[in-house]
Design a protein around this ligand. Structure first.
Ligand SMILES: O=c1[nH]c(=O)c2nc[nH]c2[nH]1
Length: 452
């Protein structure tokens, strides 16, 4: 019999496809020393009883109670880590004003490493406590503070993909908050990549450097070109914002006479490990380019209410073959929870489908076939995120990382309304009604990283 580092017994929910969820009732989950799901056994499997006999009662065996369920850890594809310091504020302003009046001044404070330590440590712990096991982060223009974020992820056990932000366009970025010049931006990005790749070698769950032009308006052509070359040289992930709002989409059209997607592609910034945030205004040709290059979209449904001037047509873009995951977009989105974003993804898609202006007749009011089901929104927060990052995460399946959250539905101060429900309904109640209190344990790569 194989020698497993840990064995769990319980019921889990995981995506089988975009629209279907599999229920693994009373399965055994056998985890290897490097934190991978080595084998899954259903109670009907021949070896089930033998493994149970071998491990039950040992220190590395865990039987979940009848009120506990396993979900894959969530994957947040878009977080501005420094903006945690201003979460929930100033959301009534348009994007450009919010960036200039609030966000850039806050991000500028991350030249102070002590301030960065306090905010970043609090954020990483908060995201873990919300069941988020992997995060794609924008840091700031400061190399040291960006490295610190990667180190905090490494230490606290979160799988972090971290970008030192590049902003070198003095036309669009304030004097007090931008890279010194293009050459410095590229040099510091290269040094950052090398240091994070070294840190990754000592990090069980992985930390990864991400090439991060903030968005086209904040970067010169030379920087965009240089960043595309660095990403190719070091085979890194890439992230940016793409066609987010009327203003941003229009700015790129004025500058290049083409949409964001094609402009980013000209600089080598669309590839298999690229994730572009928002994408609300992408046309079908843009989406096809995403699909051809393997570029993913980070759908940020809470943030989009405030800053995007529209609803991302997730269902349609998925049908065009684009990988999609979910992002909180802290702090364009006020909530650090992907549960909130799963809920909002469903709500926004329903409003898109039905339409919102009741003075228009029902047959003309909405966009047909736009709705996302609960299962599909769950897929975006889990398996879709893993596909977007090209990492074996987001599913409870053999050869995937043991990145999970254990939910208790029957707490004194957090009882879900479950009254002899079938498992299909319990799954939906967890997604719509669970709060951080219900998330009792979070595991990343076979290590427990949060417990209540
Ligand atoms: O929602 C957003 N948040 C940001 O910080 C940002 N920067 C560019 N575009 C952005 N959009």
């Amino acid at each position: 019999m194989a020698n497993y580092a840990q064995v769990f017994l319980g019921t889990a929910f995981t995506s089988k496809s975009f629209s279907e969820v599999t229920i693994l009732k009373d399965f055994l989950y056998c985890i290897s020393g490097d934190g991978i799901i080595e084998q899954l056994f259903s109670p009907l499997d021949e070896q089930y009883e033998a493994i149970l006999k071998e491990y039950e009662g040992k220190g590395n065996f865990r039987r979940l109670s009848n009120d506990e369920y396993i979900l894959p850890g969530f994957i947040d594809l878009h977080v501005h880590a420094p903006q945690w310091a201003q979460a929930g504020t100033a959301l009534d302003l348009p994007l450009e004003d919010w960036l200039n009046a609030y966000t850039f001044p806050v991000e500028a404070k991350f030249s102070d490493i002590d301030f960065a330590q306090a905010v970043y440590e609090d954020l990483v712990k908060t995201l873990l406590a919300n069941g988020t096991t992997t995060v794609l982060y924008f840091a700031t223009v400061h190399k040291q503070a960006s490295l610190l974020l990667a180190k905090i992820c490494s230490l606290l056990g979160q799988r972090g993909l971290v970008g030192k932000v590049v902003m070198d366009n003095d036309d669009q970025c304030p004097d007090y908050y931008r890279d010194a010049d293009t050459a410095t931006a590229l040099k510091e990005t290269e040094e950052f990549i090398i240091e994070v790749q070294q840190l990754n070698e000592q990090t069980k769950q992985g930390v990864y450097p991400v090439v991060t032009p903030r968005f086209i308006p904040s970067c010169t052509d030379e920087a965009l070109q240089g960043l595309g070359e660095l990403a190719a040289k070091y085979n890194t992930h890439i992230q940016s914002h793409c066609s987010e709002s009327d203003w941003q989409h229009g700015y790129v059209k004025d500058r290049y006479d083409k949409n964001d997607a094609f402009a980013l592609n000209d600089f080598g910034l669309l590839q298999e490990k690229s994730v572009m945030a928002h994408c609300n205004f992408i046309a079908d040709e843009d989406a096809k380019l995403f699909a051809e290059t393997g570029t993913a979209a980070a759908h940020c449904p809470v943030s989009n209410v405030f800053f995007s001037n529209g609803v991302f047509p997730a269902k349609h873009i998925h049908e065009l073959g684009v990988d999609i995951g979910l992002g909180t977009d802290v702090s364009g989105g006020f909530s650090p929870s992907l549960y909130d974003n799963i809920r909002q993804a469903v709500i926004a898609s329903r409003m898109l489908e039905e339409g919102v202006d009741t003075t228009i007749s029902a047959d003309k009011r909405g966009v047909d076939s736009s709705r996302l089901t609960t299962n599909e929104a769950f897929y975006l927060a889990t398996a879709g995120g893993g596909e977007s990052l090209s990492l074996p995460i987001g599913k409870i399946e053999e050869n995937y990382a043991w990145d999970v959250q254990i939910i208790n539905t029957n707490l004194q101060n957090g009882k879900l309304p479950i009254f002899n429900d079938p498992l299909e309904d319990i799954f939906q109640k967890i997604l719509y009604l669970a709060r951080p209190e219900n998330i009792r344990e979070v595991w990343v790569q076979g290590e427990k990283v949060h417990q209540r």
